[in-house]
Design a protein around this ligand. Structure first.
Ligand code: XMP
Length: 503
């Protein structure tokens, strides 16, 4: 399969470049700059060198021996590095260039086909190119920098100091498409669905004999991974769903129905009592997460031990998880996995069929595999479930209170057409009591927080600007229908510094 390699020098946008290429039908992979083979593999038809957190004087080197071997688009830091090392010069900018700028095209380039002569681009750099490298010609400028883009035709290098991968570069997708289709010659016909048969074949050969087990959380990733695995090895795969009692309203039933609809056999372990008794008296968020994680593993393990010849553990790890946990250069590690520690304990081989796919691609795979649209459209939900949305002690009564409020809120969002316009929405229960009044009675009750965020991958998020009438309606229904709630508030925090979940 033909591939684009995005060489990562540590820019915050590196993974975004991969996404953009795939959106344009080109299969792309992120490769850290320090893990490159001596020459580009034959299936790699084009290269994009990313930006970086570093400046050229102290930053990582571009692979000299690769230049000229494949068409390459050099972005920001990489454009500067090639200029500085190729006989040009880079100097600190008088003003840090950050934000929108107007690009003025000064010479023809395959990148500019179909792009307006003046167009908005996104800049994010503190150095700038002051002299071009040997053999280069400038192709665009802005009012503050003379070399916003240049080319070295003999080396097949196309360099831009702005970020075409960011949506604020309004014609960035056209420029990327021009590079991928016209310069590199990619066909642009890759889709994740086309991978299904080869994924299934690969799973079959990875697991020639013995059983595989996998925990199903009700989420898309674990479900799609399980479906692929089931298609590959049939009944040798055993899916286990632990009902923790911490799911959303009606979710256990809906999830089990969806599994049934696609013919995926799953063992359901009812365990809500065990979870509530383990969580008794625990207020600390980390301790809550740990308690849930450990109990989950215990239950899963004892179910696995009832089976013979189990050799593999299936996990629904997706691409951003892999990159976040160290495959990229700009790694920040998150430990979101619910079954961490299990493979070593049970000496199982880890199987991760989705580790090169993005969430939206996993959704497309799921659609192709026959999962219902209502299942695919559901918002993300954390492994520890409602427990991280119940501040203070998690009791069955408080879980029920939150579940009710959350269901009413989501119902109002669906009714008003906002559910699909927000990336994730949910209610949170605070132990904070305040004074209310009902009829002539004083009520001293808990607080519900409504949260709705826009995000692309959960790494950063902004509060969704929900219309007041939607918020009023959700608050009205919660106050009327959920006993012991006397106050409803809306969370306006961005991530960072707040996280999306409250705990
Ligand atoms: P935070 O709260 O870290 O959440 O801003 C980012 C996204 O990840 C989800 N999340 C989790 N998912 N296990 C999961 O599977 C977890 O422990 C977990 N914690 C947070 C969260 O719902 C949001 O979409």
């Amino acid at each position: 399969m033909e591939k684009l390699w995005v060489i990562d020098f540590g820019s915050q946008y590196s993974l975004l470049i991969v996404r953009r290429a795939r959106e344009l039908g080109v299969y792309a992979e992120l490769i850290p700059w320090n893990r490159l083979p001596p020459t580009p593999p034959s299936e790699v038809k084009g290269l994009i060198f990313s930006g970086s957190y570093a400046s050229v004087s102290e930053g990582p080197p571009l692979p000299d021996t690769w230049i000229g071997k494949r068409p390459a688009l050099a972005i920001c830091y990489s454009a500067q590095w090639l200029a500085a090392k190729g006989g040009g010069a880079v100097a600190e900018s008088h003003a840090r260039e950050y934000g929108p700028a107007t690009l003025e095209i000064t010479d023809s380039s395959p990148l500019w086909r179909g792009v307006a002569n003046r167009t908005q681009v996104w800049m994010s750099h503190s150095d700038t190119i002051t002299a071009l490298p040997h053999g280069a010609r400038a192709t665009a400028r802005t009012s503050s920098i003379p070399y916003a883009a240049y080319e070295i035709p003999l080396q097949k290098v196309y360099a831009v100091q702005f970020h075409p991968e960011v949506i604020h570069t309004l014609e960035g997708s056209i420029m990327l498409r021009n590079f991928l289709y016209d310069v590199c010659g990619f066909a642009g016909d890759w889709t994740p669905e086309k991978e299904i048969e080869s994924l299934i074949d690969a799973l079959r050969s990875q697991m020639p004999e013995g059983r595989a087990i996998g925990a199903l959380s009700g989420g898309i990733d674990s479900t799609v991974a399980a479906l692929l695995c089931y298609r590959a090895i049939g009944d040798r795969f055993v899916g286990i769903f632990v009902d923790t009692g911490l799911l959303r309203e009606g979710e256990t039933e809906a999830v089990l129905e969806a599994y049934q609809a696609v013919g995926l056999p799953v063992r359901c372990i009812p365990a809500s009592e065990s979870f509530f008794s383990a969580l008794k008296g625990i207020h600390d968020p980390e301790l809550k997460r740990k308690t849930i994680g450990q109990l989950f593993i215990q239950l899963f393990e004892s179910e696995a031990q009832k089976l013979t010849d189990v050799r593999y553990l299936l996990q629904g790890t997706i691409y951003p998880d892999v990159v976040e946990s160290g495959a990229g250069v700009s790694a920040t590690i998150k430990s979101h996995h619910n079954v961490g520690g299990l493979p070593e304990k049970l000496s199982l081989k880890l199987i991760e069929p989705l580790k090169f796919f993005f969430k939206d691609e996993v959704r497309s795979l799921g659609r192709q595999l026959g999962l219902p649209e209502s299942f695919l459209r559901r918002h993300p939900f954390p492994g520890p479930g409602l427990a991280v949305r119940i501040l203070g002690e998690v009791t069955p009564e408080r879980a029920e209170r939150l579940r009710r409020a959350d269901a009413l809120y989501l119902h109002v969002l669906q009714e008003k057409g906002w559910y699909d316009q927000t990336w994730q929405a949910f209610a949170v229960l605070l132990p904070q009591r305040s004074v209310g009044v009902a009829g002539d009675q004083r009520r001293y009750g808990e607080t519900i927080v409504l949260r709705a965020v826009n995000s692309t991958d959960g790494m950063t998020a902004e509060p969704t600007p929900l219309p007041m009438e939607v918020l009023f309606e959700a608050a009205r229904r919660i106050l009327a229908e959920v006993p012991d709630i006397v106050r409803v508030v809306y969370d306006l925090s961005t991530k960072p510094p707040a996280t999306i979940e409250w705990e």
